[in-house]
Design a protein around this ligand. Structure first.
Ligand SMILES: [Ca+2]
Ligand SMILES: [Ca+2]
Ligand SMILES: [Ca+2]
Length: 510
């Protein structure tokens, strides 16, 4: 993997490339919601770059005419990264240079705006009031960073309001929702679907059709602090009065962005909050099922023609769990040559349990199980996609594949029946493979139920694989009243430190 990534970086440095528009042929739009879509920029389409230096980010919304696309002279201050958010590209703005992209609509929307952006504010550079997306001239409306809240907020003439909680450094979906074209009264922001308190009544300037992405300087070269500091993968701007189904449309748009960028939608309040909808309105993940117990680090793959979504591989931000069309994880989503049938999805979340055994006995008797990890994953499958793989990275050292047992359950309780076990030792060699500390499960497509939910975890039948960790050569001895431990590891790839865990029985690690 490291070698492939490096090659790609070199290619993007030397080669000028343009992502061509193919979505227009199908009338695609975020979440399949096209009514009132003024602007849709996404870093995997319509980007013109010289090397990695961006000069234009073309609008993918097919019903809007523009006199000028979002553009500027290519520079090192606005750059394209190929593989940042969930194997998808992003644009990067430096936050200091007065360099952003600016464009002009042929006619401005006279209705209040609804704006979505997939964004990550830099954790090292902070701008004071940097614009993510800004409309209509200085002090008008859009998404602006609020340095007091370390979050994003609703922009207005002479002020801003309704900031999100502290999200600096965290990739996420910011939404700004205006009720009026002339005031912020009732407007609010939301992060990953969680809404902040509504604004009071700051005034808004009348839109003039101009817009800026990644800044709000409006030609004033002294306003460097209004440049976005961080990454920006996608922007969608709607005329809010044109959305036919209000809240459902918002949920479709945010579900599309969440699957694509590996972002977990907020489930606070229950009901439909945190649910994921495909563009045709089907629920592909229900956050409130199982009392919400598995709504952690939700990721998915899927193909949705209405959105132009073709997400073939996804991983958690910490890369401990990956889901992909196999047999090989590619360097980027675009490079994965696998195929997902139309309107097929696989979405997974976990129970928040540790990636190791702390002594759980929640497993069936009679399988000769020695230990199991605490973590469980819930898998929901829509359709019948073939060749779905899942990688789970457990710890720092190799694991004996022959000792592993994959447990698949019907309801998440692995000790009340309904559990099936799969092991390499039984002759099903293609169930799992192990590379270092990563277990690859190759049978996700066959162990899961279309239209239903399945629950999985990993167990070991042997003290030779005392989940989570096996050291190559370990000696421990008492020196006076101190326990001294020496070891040699089999692999130290991507490992920056070790945690010493002591156990009396090899099952429960403290
Ligand atoms: Ca629900
Ligand atoms: Ca359980
Ligand atoms: Ca069960």
């Amino acid at each position: 993997m490291k070698t492939q990534t490096l090659k790609l970086a070199i290619q993007t440095f030397f080669v000028s490339f343009i992502f061509l528009v193919s979505n227009a042929l199908y009338g695609q739009s975020p979440g399949g919601v096209s009514s009132g879509l003024y602007l849709w920029t996404k870093a995997d389409a319509g980007v013109t770059a010289t090397g990695s230096q961006v000069s234009q980010w073309a609008n993918q919304a097919i019903t809007t005419t523009m006199t000028t696309q979002a553009s500027r002279t290519a520079s090192a201050n606005v750059t394209l990264e190929n593989n940042t958010f969930n194997y998808n590209p992003t644009l990067v703005f430096d936050g200091v240079s007065n360099q952003m992209l600016q464009g002009q609509f042929a006619s401005p929307s006279s209705n209040p705006a609804l704006i979505f952006a997939v964004v990550q504010h830099s954790s090292t550079t902070e701008n004071s009031l940097g614009g993510v997306y800004s409309l209509g001239g200085e002090g008008a409306s859009g998404i602006v960073y609020d340095p007091n809240a370390n979050g994003y907020s609703v922009d207005a003439a002479g002020g801003n309001c309704s900031p999100t909680s502290d999200v600096r450094g965290t990739p996420g979906i910011i939404r700004v929702d205006y009720n009026s074209a002339s005031t912020t009264a009732g407007a609010f922001s939301a992060f990953n679907g969680k809404e902040s308190g509504a604004c009071g009544g700051l005034s808004l300037n009348a839109p003039d059709g101009s817009f800026q992405i990644g800044g709000r300087t409006w030609g004033n070269t002294s306003l460097n602090s209004r440049i976005h500091a961080g990454r920006l993968a996608e922007v969608a701007h709607y005329d809010i009065n044109s959305l036919p189904n209000g809240a459902v449309d918002v949920k479709k748009i945010e579900s599309y962005l969440a699957i694509k960028y590996g972002i977990t939608l907020d489930k606070s309040g229950g009901g439909s909050n945190g649910d994921y909808l495909s563009s045709d309105g089907n629920t592909i993940w229900d956050a409130s099922d199982d009392a919400g117990a598995y709504h952690n680090q939700v990721i998915g793959i899927g193909r949705d023609i209405g959105s132009g979504l073709n997400q073939k591989q996804s991983h958690q931000v910490d890369d401990k769990t990956r889901l992909y069309i196999g047999p090989t994880l590619a360097a980027s989503n675009d490079a994965n040559t696998g195929t997902i049938p139309l309107n097929n999805f696989v979405v997974i979340g976990n129970n928040g349990g540790q990636m190791k055994s702390t002594g759980s006995t929640e497993y069936p008797s009679g399988l000769n199980i020695f230990s199991r990890i605490d973590r469980e994953w819930k898998i929901t499958k829509s359709g019948t996609p073939a060749g779905v793989f899942m990688d789970i990275t457990l710890g720092a050292s190799p694991i004996n594949a022959a000792d592993l047992v994959l447990l698949v359950d019907d309801n998440g309780n692995f000790s009340d029946g309904g559990t099936t076990s799969f092991a390499n030792a039984t002759g099903l060699e293609d169930v799992m493979s192990v590379s270092g500390s990563t277990v690859t499960i190759k049978v996700i497509s066959t162990i899961t139920t279309a239209g239903g939910a399945n629950y999985i975890t990993l167990a070991s039948t042997s003290s030779n694989t005392p989940l989570p960790i096996e050291l190559g050569d370990l000696t421990a001895f008492f020196n006076g009243d101190q326990l001294m431990v020496d070891w040699k590891t089999i692999s130290e790839t991507n490992n920056d430190h070790f945690i010493i865990e002591a156990s009396k029985d090899g099952k429960l690690f403290l």
